[in-house]
Each structure stands twice: as structure tokens, then as C-alpha cells.
Design a protein around this ligand. Structure first.
Ligand SMILES: Nc1ncnc2c1ncn2[C@@H]1O[C@H](COP(=O)(O)OP(=O)(O)OP(=O)(O)O)[C@@H](O)[C@H]1O
Length: 497
């Protein structure tokens, strides 16, 4: 009766056998696959029938193949009565991609007996991404064709689309036609009419931020902000996507197909001078913001390397190295969890009013459902540094998809906190030392580096200053930042290190 082959299915590995050709819909027949279990293990036992393989004429050889979980991008099950003539045939297909390949392949397994098929289905259920929560998914995919290396379209057609299609996940794709496309698109969305129930952006942190802010401005923001959001890293730095799925568009697509959800922390920035507010996951002040603003007109020449092209002259030109003034105050509601590189001796404990800063008043119309905004139960503390090369607020570790840098290795997108970090006023050499350390993640104990966990922050910067939120510049010199823990449903998994 031909060869036998055994497949183990263990906790952390999915194993399968390759049956001759693995081309999609190839009606290779004449195979019978039995499935049975032993405690802690499951085996596929495969027997080759007498019926000759029809197409292609690859004789089945005894094989045993291990597919690690990370190579599996979905499992689909079918009852293909018409596929071949070996009777009531059931099929399980596995979408697989090997680590060093950019090609997907489909492995098909045929079952003669319904009970074997059902058992295999149960065993592989966690990879059956189509069937999540019993609700039909419909993803609105927004693609920014000009972000980063201009690969977002390609990522859609060669990665996300095949993965969603294999897993029978409904979606529609829209390319951003202009810088205001996402805002207009979301404004026009009627929550009661649309069948969309999830969003995916393919692009950088900028398009994610545009989506987030457009959702929060919508008249039905409280409903829309509950939609899960996925990100595929098509942008220049992709800091948020790196926190959710690493730098890998394949992993991001799998997390989206798998609807692997986490409650992501964001913050709201109230610009007290203009009475405007925005929502963000990363805000910078100082040199990085200036680089973002100055580099924008180099986007067409240097693409995602435009920041480096702008930064290099600052380090080699014999002009004064920049220094930025800023007064920074913070609150940490959960004081016992304090995490900081600044010990108490370096922090002036003080009430905000004592520091001579007026408590911001938010116009009623601007105050959304977030009633916890501006609780002044805790004391404000002042950071005892007032000259910086930069400071930043972040809700995640802030990895770069270009280099290996991790700016805030202690932060996680779902840890319920935001973090202020930065570099004090320093020389060129000290800034380069910081960059070198950040590239290895060893900057945390560098004397010029500082960080502070916070739930609320307040900044007073020189008149006419800019900051950047998720890579987009805003003019404001007086702003307050309030943490909104677990506010967005993001598709991804936090990095475990
Ligand atoms: N069709 C378009 N024409 C012009 N600008 C666009 C278009 N679509 C999107 N944009 C703008 O492109 C900008 C950059 O977007 P995005 O964040 O995706 O890429 P990036 O800046 O290269 O990456 P990162 O934010 O990760 O550094 C956003 O400000 C967005 O408004």
C-alpha cells in the first residue's frame, strides 16, 4: 500500500507532510490521510493508495516535514466532493512561507474519512483565522503609495492580499490620493451604513496618526475607535508597527489575519496656545523634530534616508551644536510603580500652580468622552533639566525599522504608561556616544540620557517652537499631554524580551 509518513503536532510546532505537488487546487489524488492522537501528541499517518497521481506525475516519496508555527499564515478547510474520485474527500490547506523566502506556498492534505478531517480541523483551529468571534470581518485597507521606500502598494498586493484572500477575510483597498485623503475618507464614513469593522494602514507612523486623529474627530468617534487597527510597515521609521509586529510586513499581515489584539496606550496632546488637541503615540521636541521638518523637502531624493541626509551636516558643520530649552512637569498617578533614571534628588517636587503655570482650561465643546482628562489630584513634579538636545514622549519602545536603534527599551505599547525620555544638552561627541549606545540599546545608564514614566505631562517651550507627533509637525510652545491607557485596539503582539 505504499509508504507511511508520520506528522507530529506539538505545542509549539505544526508539522505536516508535503503531498507531491503543492500547487493550489492541484487535484492530486489517490492519497489517504488518517489522523489519530496519542496523549500530548497527534500523528497524521499517510498511506498512498493505488490510484496513480494524475498531475503532475511526481511520485510521492516518503517524507516528513516540520512547519514551525511562525511559517503558518493560515489554515483553511474544505469539503471538495468534486476534486477527485477517491470518494468523500476532505481537504485541509495550509498557507506557509519559509523565513528566508518571499513566496507563499499552499500545502494540501486530503482526508478520506470525515472523522479524521474533523479531528484535524479541531487540532488546527487556532490557525483558522477566518473564523474569529463569529462576526464576519471586513477590513478597510488604506495604502499610502508615497511613504518610505514606496513599497506600500507592493506589500498590499504581494503580502497582505494573498494572506487575507487565503483566509477568506473580506477587505477593500483604498490608496491615499493626497495628504488629506484619510481625514476626508473617515469624515465621510457613516458608521450605521458601513460594513467595515476593522482598519489597516500600509504606510508609516504618519498615516496611522492621521487615521487615529480622523477617527477621534468623527461624530461617531466612540464607535469607530473600537474598530481594531492593524499596521503594515511601509513607512520610513514605522516605530509603532515595530512595537506590534517587528519590522516585518509578513508578521504584521499574519497578526492582522489572526486578529491578534492588544489594548494600545496612546496620549492626547492639548495645545494650550491654539486650543487644539491631537492624539498620538510618539511626540518629539528638539533636534528630531527639526530634522523631520527640514528633511521633508528631501523626501523625493533620499526617501526614508532623508533624516540621515539632514542630520549628517549638523554633526560635521563647524556651527554651534543645537540646544533646546524646555520646562517639563509630570504626574505619575500610580507612584508605587515609579520607573525613572532620575532619582528623587534630581526632581523638584512642586505643585503646578506653585511653578507659576496656569491650569489649562479646555473648552467644553472640545472635551470629548474622556472625562478623566486633567485630574489634579496628584502633585506635579518638575524635571530638573531645562536644556536638551531633545525630549520625546513615547508609549512603546520606539524601534526604528531602518537601524537597530531602540530609543526607549523599557516601554511597551500595552503597559498602561507613557514615558518621557531624551538627551540633556550635550556636545556633538556626547550625542554620537548616545547614538552609538542607542543602536545597541545600552543608552539607559548613559549620564546624558534620562527617562521618566508618566501619566500626565506639561511643557513650556520657547515662543514659536514646534514638536512632532508621529512624525507630523505641529507649532505649539505650551502643551499638556494626558495618557489614555489601553485606548486603541491594535492588531499585533508586544515584543517579549
Ligand atoms: N497621495 C499622497 N500625496 C501626498 N502626500 C501623501 C499622500 N498620501 C499620504 N500622504 C502623506 O504622506 C505623509 C507621510 O506618510 P507616512 O507616515 O505613511 O510615511 P513616512 O513619513 O515615510 O513614514 P514614517 O511616518 O514612518 O516616518 C503623511 O503626512 C501623509 O499625509
Amino acid at each position: 500500500m505504499g509508504n507511511n509518513s508520520t506528522i507530529d503536532i506539538q505545542n509549539d510546532e505544526l508539522l505536516a507532510c508535503k503531498l507531491g505537488s503543492v500547487k493550489e487546487n492541484d487535484p492530486t489524488d489517490g492519497k489517504e490521510v488518517d489522523l489519530y492522537y496519542q496523549p500530548g501528541k497527534a500523528f497524521f499517518t499517510m498511506q498512498i493508495g493505488e490510484i496513480a497521481l494524475s498531475k503532475p506525475t511526481v511520485a510521492f516519496k516518503k517524507c516528513r516535514k516540520i512547519i514551525p508555527c511562525e511559517q503558518v499564515y493560515g489554515v483553511s478547510t474544505f469539503e471538495d466532493f468534486l476534486l477527485n474520485d477517491i470518494g468523500s474527500t476532505y481537504r485541509i490547506s495550509i498557507l506557509k512561507k519559509e523565513e528566508n523566502s518571499d513566496k507563499f506556498e499552499i500545502l494540501n492534505f486530503y482526508f478520506k474519512r470525515e472523522e479524521d478531517f474533523v479531528q484535524a480541523q479541531l487540532k488546527l483551529d487556532e490557525y483558522n483565522f477566518a473564523d474569529r468571534d463569529g462576526v464576519e470581518r471586513n477590513i478597510c485597507v488604506l495604502v499610502n503609495p508615497i511613504s518610505g521606500k514606496k513599497v506600500s502598494r507592493e506589500y498590499y498586493f504581494s503580502i497582505l492580499k494573498p494572506v487575507l484572500s487565503f483566509n477568506s477575510i473580506k477587505h477593500s483597498m483604498f490608496e491615499t490620493q493626497s495628504a488629506t485623503y484619510i481625514e476626508e475618507f473617515i469624515t465621510e464614513l457613516d458608521v450605521n451604513q458601513t460594513s467595515f469593522n476593522e482598519f489597516v494602514v500600509i504606510g508609516g507612523d504618519g498615516v496611522f496618526s492621521q487615521l487615529l486623529n480622523a477617527l477621534m474627530k468623527h461624530s461617531d468617534s466612540s464607535k469607530l475607535i473600537k474598530f481594531p487597527i492593524g499596521i503594515i510597515p511601509g513607512g520610513s521609521t514605522n516605530s509603532l508597527c515595530c512595537a506590534l509586529s517587528g519590522k516585518n510586513p509578513y508578521m504584521a499581515s499574519k497578526n492582522i489575519a489572526n486578529k491578534s489584539l492588544l489594548k494600545g496606550d496612546i496620549f492626547r496632546v492639548n495645545m494650550n496656545d491654539s486650543k487644539k488637541s491631537i492624539y498620538s503615540t510618539a511626540l518629539t521636541y528638539g533636534l528630531p523634530s527639526d530634522l523631520v521638518i527640514e528633511s521633508e523637502n528631501l523626501r523625493n531624493i533620499f526617501g526614508r534616508y532623508r533624516y540621515i541626509a539632514t542630520a549628517v551636516p549638523k554633526f560635521i558643520k563647524p556651527t554651534k551644536f543645537p540646544v533646546y530649552e524646555s520646562e517639563v512637569f509630570y504626574k505619575l498617578e500610580d507612584d508605587h510603580q515609579q520607573q525613572s533614571s532620575t532619582d528623587d534628588a534630581h526632581i523638584e517636587g512642586s505643585d503646578l500652580r506653585v511653578c507659576g503655570i496656569s491650569i489649562p482650561k479646555i473648552p467644553d465643546g472640545d472635551l470629548r468622552s474622556d472625562s478623566t482628562l486633567f485630574k489634579f489630584g496628584n502633585e506635579w513634579k518638575k524635571i530638573n533639566i531645562d536644556e536638551f538636545l531633545f525630549h520625546a514622549i513615547i508609549t512603546h519602545e520606539n524601534r526604528s525599522s531602518v537601524g537597530k536603534d531602540v530609543n526607549a527599551p523599557f516601554a511597551r505599547i500595552d503597559d498602561g504608561f507613557m514615558y518621557l525620555f531624551g538627551l540633556k544638552k550635550c556636545s556633538r561627541i556626547e550625542a554620537l556616544t548616545f547614538l552609538s549606545r542607542a543602536s545597541k540599546g545600552t543608552q539607559v545608564d548613559y549620564e546624558k540620557y534620562f527617562y521618566q514614566k508618566a501619566t500626565e505631562l506639561r511643557f513650556k517651550n520657547p515662543c514659536g517652537s514646534y514638536f512632532c507627533s508621529d512624525g507630523e509637525p505641529y507649532k505649539s510652545d505650551d502643551y499638556t499631554v494626558k495618557l489614555l491607557p489601553g485606548f486603541v485596539n491594535l492588531m499585533g503582539e508586544t515584543v517579549k524580551e
